[in-house]
Design a protein around this ligand. Sequence first.
Ligand SMILES: [Mg+2]
Length: 235
Amino acid sequence: MTKIDRTPSKADFSHVTEWVFDLDNTLYPHHVNLFAQIDKNMTSYVSTLLQMERDEARRLQKQYYLEHGTTLQGLMIHHGIDPNDFLEKAHAIDYSSLTAQPELGAAIKALPGRKFIFTNGSVKHAEMAAGALGILEHFDDIFDIVAADFVPKPAQATYDKFATLKRIETRKAAMFEDLPRNLKVPKALGMQTVLLVPNNLEETVVEWWEKTSGEDDHIDFVTDDLTDFLAKITG
Ligand SMILES: [Mg+2]
């Protein structure tokens, strides 16, 4: 059962020495809407590649996202595109909507152990976003979609590769994510799992391709405020 109504305590995370964070809509909140820019760029990419109108391109983009975990993976499988070219074009965005978050930085710094960004995006995107937030220096490493051989979360193989490469003992890890499906494998690997949700959740329109089933047994905690959550478990 989701402990959405439960305040986390230090004891819940006292065994954790490996802190794993998704990037988009996790280290910065959903309402910043940075991902909307990437989303538009991906639509443009599909539209140009396949000579489609934007509406049609967007449908295909989201179909690939649903079927393959990322639009990129679908485009690689069905159209043999160059993933590096795609990542560069998708992440050609304006980061100025992200502002320095010193309190978040202090909260991450206070976590005991190693800290990672684990993203279906690129290292460059993670560095740009975390840099704009002023929190990049607090992370030990970034594991991106290139390191994952372009196989995105939630594929088991990608979590295994991450854990092996970074020598992470998963029973001592916690994972923070905004997509419920990306927490299933981490929970099975023994991680504490924390789901980030938008603030004013009731008013947030969740689009159809993000809708998930009602199962949430794999989610230990839910929060709409990462800084506050981290402060509670370190404070
Ligand atoms: Mg995310």
